[in-house]
Ligand binder design. Sequence first.
Ligand code: AR6
Length: 179
Amino acid sequence: MGLIEIIRGDITTLAVDAIVNAANSGLLGGGGVDGAIHEAAGPELFEECLKIAKSRKDNPGGPCPAGDAVITGAGQLPCKKVIHAVGPVWHGGTRGEPDLLASCYRKSLILAEEAGLSSIAFPNISTGVFGYPKEQAAEIAVNTIKRTLPETPGIARVIFVCFDGENYRLYLDFLGPVK
Ligand code: AR6
C-alpha cells in the first residue's frame, strides 16, 4: 500500500506525478491554492480548464460540482498532471459537507490511479476560503486516503501538503511524524 507523508510548504513547487487543486465548481481559477497553481502553471492550464468548463456548462451544480474532480495537464508546473477537486463550502456541517469532502479525496486518488500515476500531493481542501473546520477536515482527509489506498495499487506515495502551521500540526497529530 502507498506511503503517506506530510510536508509543510507550497504545493506548486512539487515535482510529483499529480498535484491536487482546491478548485471551485466553475473550474476557472480563484484565490488561495487555486490562484497559486494557475499563476505558476500559466495560460495553458487555464485553457484546458476552460475547455472542460465549456463542455460541462449544462451540468447541474456547475462544470465540476462539489465532491467531484477532473484531471488536466500541468502547464509550466514541475508536476505532470493537476487534479482539480472541488471541496464543499462549510455551512455548519448539515449539508453533506463531510461526504462531499471525502469524495474529493477519493475521486482524486482514483483519477490518479486511472491515469497510471504513482505519486499525488493534496492541499488541505476546503480549509481556506471555503471555511471547513481544519481538525474535522484533516481527519476526513487522512481516513479517506487510508480507506481508498487499498483500491489504488498503483499509487505508491500520497503527500499531504500543509501551507499553514495549524494544519501541519493537525496532520502530524492524526498520522504521527511520518516524515
Ligand atoms: N500550497 C499548498 N497549500 C496552499 C497554498 C499553496 N501554494 N496556498 C494556500 N494553501 P483555499 P478552499 C492552503 O482557500 O478552502 C479559491 O478561490 C490554504 O492554507 O485555497 O478549498 C478557489 O477558487 C488552505 O489550508 O481553498 C475556490 O473558490 C488550503 O490551501 C476556493 O478558494 C485550501 O485553501 C476554494 O476554497
